[in-house]
Write a new protein. Structure first.
Length: 372
């Protein structure tokens, strides 16, 4: 299915400005690894019976903490493709390093927020205990390069307020070990971790951001050179904290959603490829999309190949957005099976059309462009 005229114009405009390279570079950026979502198929079925509308959201139907089998199958596929330098296809895996500690929060009478490290979260799931070790194995094999996506994929303040107010639906979801809101109105359910309603929240959010970067370094043994804000929402006042934590490159879409400091409406801050911020960070723009679970009615492979072709026409790297939920089979195995087959088609199509392709992670691309 070809891009229509409006889509073609939009894709060309996205690639109009910014750094260029004559090399055929493909980066796959994938968010949400390590974050809890729907804990189990049983919980999903409970929420359907409660009328929460979870069946209407792809994230709530399919996304969950990745299992060992999810990672093993993804790694096997990536390893089967090699670029012109014999490097395998690689995913930049934007990882969450902590999740809510439900038991400690309950013990506090919902008066205190507590988190647990992802290394503890995985022990509470039946087929997930080795996933952090698998992350590191994927890193060593050049298949899976973790970068920081935040401390937790949760707006702690908003969630805790609803719990403290005795919101029956949020409390019911809490009992199922999930932060889902129960309102069925949005995919997000408190997921915009760095959003805020008043400027007074900024200091606390900056502390969470800094701690997330520190925990990432402790877990992996290196600083995260890039960062992607949950739900593409952050304020420029947070960027000095990113830089102090070792971040050099900010992942995102062409538009950053920026909450207002004093009332008013959210503002879109527009970015282009490798644009420098006032703090010396560089913005890297996702100019291609491979999200078959989110867009089941579209030809995800063909559309992504067309977007890559436009990026290469402008001598830009192709940075593909492809969230974790596309590769998760924990709730519904067919989701993983179907989308791995589509990813195989995409990678095969890339190699066939551009045999000189180079697979890179976001930090590698950032270093390359920064050295130009």
């Amino acid at each position: 299915m070809s891009l229509n005229i409006k889509q073609q114009i939009s894709r060309n405009l996205i690639n109009l400005l910014g750094s260029r390279t004559g090399r055929k570079i493909v980066v796959i950026e994938s968010d949400d690894w390590g974050s809890i979502r729907m804990p189990s198929k049983n919980t999903y079925d409970l929420f359907v019976k409660k009328g929460y509308g979870v069946e209407n959201s792809a994230y709530n139907r399919y996304d969950a903490l990745e299992s060992e089998e999810d990672l093993n199958q993804l790694f096997g596929l990536l390893h089967s493709f090699k670029d012109i330098h014999q490097h395998p296809a690689v995913i930049t895996a934007n990882c969450i390093v902590a999740n809510p500690d439900f038991e400690k929060i309950r013990q506090s009478g919902f008066n205190e927020y507590h988190y647990e490290l992802v290394t503890n979260t995985v022990q509470q799931y039946p087929a997930h205990q080795k996933i952090v070790a698998l992350w590191k194995e994927g890193l060593n094999k050049g298949l899976f390069v973790p970068q920081c996506h935040g401390r937790e994929h949760l707006h702690v303040g908003r969630w805790m307020k609803r719990l403290q107010a005795g919101d029956k639906d949020v409390l019911y979801c809490f009992d199922q070990q999930t932060t889902f809101s129960g309102d069925g109105k949005t995919d997000y359910s408190f997921m915009e971790a760095l959003d805020f309603d008043t400027i007074s929240e900024l200091e606390g959010l900056n502390k969470i951001l800094a701690e997330g970067l520190q925990l990432f370094e402790q877990l992996f043994g290196y600083t995260s050179k890039s960062f992607i804000a949950p739900c593409y929402t952050w304020h420029r006042e947070m960027e000095p904290v990113m830089k102090a934590g070792g971040v050099q490159y900010v992942q995102g879409n062409i538009a950053q959603l920026q909450p207002p400091l004093i009332g008013g409406k959210y503002k879109a801050a527009w970015h282009y490829m490798a644009q420098r911020s006032g703090n010396g960070l560089r913005y890297f723009i996702r100019n291609c999309i491979f999200e078959p679970t989110l867009h089941p009615g579209l030809d995800a492979v063909d559309r992504c190949l067309q977007q890559i072709e436009i990026a290469f026409r402008w001598n830009k790297p192709a940075i593909i957005s492809s969230h974790r939920l596309n590769y998760i089979g924990w709730l519904d195995e067919t989701n993983r099976t179907k989308n791995l087959a589509l990813l195989k088609q995409l990678l095969s199509g890339i190699q066939k059309k551009w045999p000189d392709v180079e697979f890179m992670s976001t930090d590698q691309l950032g270093d390359l462009i920064s050295a130009q």
